[in-house]
Every structure is written in C-alpha cells, then in structure tokens.
Design a protein around this ligand. Structure first.
Ligand SMILES: *[C@@H]1O[C@H](CO)[C@@H](O)[C@H](O)[C@H]1NC(C)=O
Ligand SMILES: *[C@@H]1O[C@H](CO)[C@@H](O)[C@H](O)[C@H]1NC(C)=O
Ligand SMILES: *[C@@H]1O[C@H](CO)[C@@H](O)[C@H](O)[C@H]1NC(C)=O
Length: 262
C-alpha cells in the first residue's frame, strides 16, 4: 500500500513538473482535439458504479495549478443558468456517465446549468488526457473574462474510484478552491508541512484575500484527505474528511450563495 501510494505520488509529482516546464500540458497530452456530442439526457441521468475496494485516499491529491484561494466570488460565471461546455470526443461511455452524473448533481441542487457550447468564446473545455497516471485538474479557478477555453482535464484513472473527482474539478472551474486553503483554516486543521513535498505545499497554504463562504466544512468535496499531511483541531467524529462521494450540504449551500441568491 505504501509503495502504491508512493508510486501514485511520484506520478503526480512528475505531472506537476512536466506542467511547469512545458507551459501548456493540456494541449500536449490531450487525447484528441475533437469535441464530441454534448451529454444526452440519459447520460446526465445515468448512475455510474465504482469498485469501492479500490478507494485510496491518496488518490485525491491532485495536480492543480491556480492561486491559493478558497472562493472567488469575483470570478463567477456571468450566467449560472448557462455555463457552456465542450467535451472531448474520446471519453468512453462510462466516463461520459461519470461526468454527466457530476453535472446532474449541480443541476439538481443549484441554479447552475452546464449547457452545450453554442459559439460562446468563454467556455468550459473538458479534456481527456492521454496519460496512464492519475491527473485530474482544473487549470485555473473560476471564470476569467476573455480567456477562452477554461479547461478541466482528466486522465482515464480519474474515473476509476468514486464520483467526486468530476464534481471536484467542476467546482474549481466554478470558482472554488480547496477547503484546507481557507483563510480560517488554522482554527480547524494543522498542516504537517514536513510530510508534504515542496511542490505540493501551495495546495495547503492560506491565501490572503480569499473569501471564506459560510463555515469550514471538513466534509466538503473540496477538502483533501488528511493522510499524514493534516490533522484536525476539532472533533470530526462521524465525518469523513476528504470524502470522494459528492458535493456536501455546505458545498451546495456555498454554490447557491455565490450563484443563485441575489
Ligand atoms: C496516446 O499516447 C501514446 C504515446 O504516448 C500514443 O502511442 C497513442 O497513439 C496516443 N493515443 C491517442 C488516442 O492519441
Ligand atoms: C471493477 O472490478 C471488476 C472486476 O475486477 C472489473 O472488471 C471492472 O472493470 C471494475 N470497474 C471499474 C469501474 O473499475
Ligand atoms: C437528480 O434528481 C433526480 C430526481 O429526484 C434523481 O432521480 C437523481 O438521482 C438525481 N441525480 C443526482 C446526480 O443527484
């Protein structure tokens, strides 16, 4: 298990490194530059199955490049009821089901609607990465006016564990960062920096100037699992920190607060 975890972390490490030196990895590693049909109603409604036994908390550690902030209300999509997306043509039926299910979760619980791109210049581009390792990321957080393709990238491994991966990356794209980076996080967790590789430390740092919406949420889909990198300061009995299943109640409230309430 330890070896497997190290292997996974080293794959992720390599991917971060490649991203730093190559500039635009998503383009380079993309499986295809073609976009497939938008997700159908059936794909949005389908329920993916996962092999629970394969669950591994270390796999939640992702390679994501963006500033260290938690919520970016200034970077919300201008029309939440119409967030355009394109989806890579090479996702398998099962992968499309996982992505459809993730979108449906947002549709069911918020005013946010992911809709097929119809010529919009700013849109979410859902890419499939042609790599064997674990690399699920959002290159940047939120909406940046005029920046074109706002990419979310998935290697095939991102779909092997549990549904939360696609929800997590979409939530980045909607303007949220990791829960453990909130300005108030020192009241809730201790970060054990000596156990975190230098390249990963930015994912655990507080951002000055970011916004903490509602209260700290150990069960957020945006919270990393603790492994040996964090300890909780409060009683979290009964709470699975770094869960892989889906948006938490507070995640949904935060999305609604940012997008759906005036
Ligand atoms: C994926 O990359 C490998 C080499 O790394 C290449 O041989 C293969 O053709 C690529 N697959 C696709 C669908 O682009
Ligand atoms: C689950 O495990 C079965 C049996 O090992 C395998 O055939 C199947 O592909 C796995 N499914 C996923 C989604 O990994
Ligand atoms: C969305 O809501 C429908 C109707 O209540 C439900 O059947 C479906 O499972 C929900 N899907 C998700 C992903 O929440």
């Amino acid at each position: 298990m330890a070896t497997k975890m190290n292997m996974i972390l080293s794959i992720i490490w390599t991917c971060c490194w490649i991203q730093i030196i190559s500039g635009n990895p998503a383009e380079i590693m993309r499986q295809s530059n073609k976009f497939g049909p938008p997700l159908s109603a059936d794909e949005l409604n389908c329920i993916p199955t996962f092999n629970k036994s394969e669950s591994n908390p270390a796999l939640n550690h992702r390679c994501i490049q963006h500033d260290n902030k938690n919520a970016y209300p200034a970077l919300k999509w201008p029309k939440p009821f119409q967030v355009p997306y394109d989806i890579d043509s090479t996702f398998t039926a099962r992968e499309r089901c996982v992505i459809g299910h993730a979108m449906k979760k947002y549709h069911n619980h918020t005013c946010i609607r992911f809709v097929p791109r119809n010529g919009e210049s700013d849109f979410i581009q859902i890419n499939k990465l042609n790599i064997t390792g674990w690399d699920c990321n959002s290159l940047g957080s939120g909406y940046i006016d005029g920046s074109g393709a706002h990419t979310v990238n998935f290697s095939p491994q991102c779909f092997e564990i549990e549904p939360a991966t696609a929800m997590h990356e979409l939530m980045h794209r909607l303007g949220f960062d990791h829960e453990q980076e909130r300005p108030d996080r020192d009241n809730y967790i201790t970060v054990i920096y000596e156990n975190i590789p230098a390249d990963w430390r930015p994912q655990y740092e507080i951002a000055a100037g970011s916004t903490a919406l509602l209260q700290y949420d150990y069960s957020s889909v945006m919270h990393y699992p603790l492994v040996d990198r964090m300890k909780t300061k409060k009683n979290t009995r009964g709470v699975e920190v770094g869960q892989h299943r889906g948006l938490s109640k507070l995640d949904i409230m935060k999305l609604n607060l940012m997008y759906c309430k005036i």
